[in-house]
Design a binder for this molecule. Structure first.
Ligand SMILES: O=C(O)c1ccccc1NCC(=O)[C@H](O)[C@H](O)COP(=O)(O)O
Length: 213
């Protein structure tokens, strides 16, 4: 069994949380972005977060959030990691990290080699990086689109901080993605859904199993 850590993103219900717990994933992601089909209210997120067992990291995902919103999330929800999935600068990443005293993961969208240029600077400011597919032009949401990028772009690359691979991963393609990129952490949303925003417990289990084999 390998020690690949898995984040299941976009949980919406207690049954999603139960599926994530029984799969033995390492991170449970909650989306706070009203345009997303996976958006949660504070109250919904509190219920999910309090149902998470110790050892399962609770991740709050925001997009260019102001302090007022982050203040509310951090005050009301027990969180382990803040995922910044917008256009936050390295300086903003450092500011969020200092203000809340929580680890911060910065998501970077990748479509081609040029998109990797900023990663080093972000790796100085953030605790972790999430290397995701860049959303298509005009996309309503900057993540959770089920799109993959060319994993060969990551071959032989190293960053200063732990990183996760994301974007279009599925139980079916995960082994190949791990083989090519050498990722030790992976993140998935659409690939473990039966319809947009609807998590499928069997696909969650299959994804984590694929990460462990
Ligand atoms: O999942 C969303 O709806 C979402 C909305 C706004 C910003 C980010 C979002 N998801 C970010 C994630 O961490 C996803 O898991 C990641 O983009 C991979 O998604 P997918 O390609 O669907 O597996």
């Amino acid at each position: 069994m390998s020690d690949i850590r898995v984040k299941i993103c976009g949980l919406r219900s207690l049954s999603d949380m139960a599926a994530v717990v029984s799969s033995r994933a390492s991170y449970a992601g909650m989306v706070f972005f009203p345009k997303s089909p996976r958006h949660l209210s504070l109250e919904q997120a509190r219920v999910l977060a309090f149902a998470a067992p110790p050892g399962l990291a609770k991740v709050a995902l925001t997009v260019d959030a102001e302090d007022a919103m982050l203040d509310e999330l951090v005050d009301q929800i027990p969180l382990d990691l803040l995922q910044l999935h917008g256009h936050e600068t390295p300086a903003r990443v450092a500011e969020v990290k200092a203000r809340y005293g929580l680890p911060v993961m910065k998501a970077i969208g990748v479509a081609d080699e040029a998109d990797l240029a900023g990663l080093m600077e972000y790796s100085l400011a953030a605790d972790q990086l999430l290397i995701d597919a860049k959303p298509p032009n005009g996309a309503e949401v900057p993540g959770g689109n089920g799109l993959a990028f060319d994993w060969r772009l990551l071959v032989g690359r190293k960053w200063l901080k732990p990183w996760m691979l994301a974007g279009g991963l599925t139980p079916e393609n995960l082994a190949e993605a791990l083989r090519l990129t050498g990722a030790r952490q992976v993140d998935v949303s659409s690939g473990v859904e039966s319809a947009v925003g609807v998590k499928d417990p069997q696909r969650i289990a299959a994804f984590v199993k694929a990460a462990q084999s």
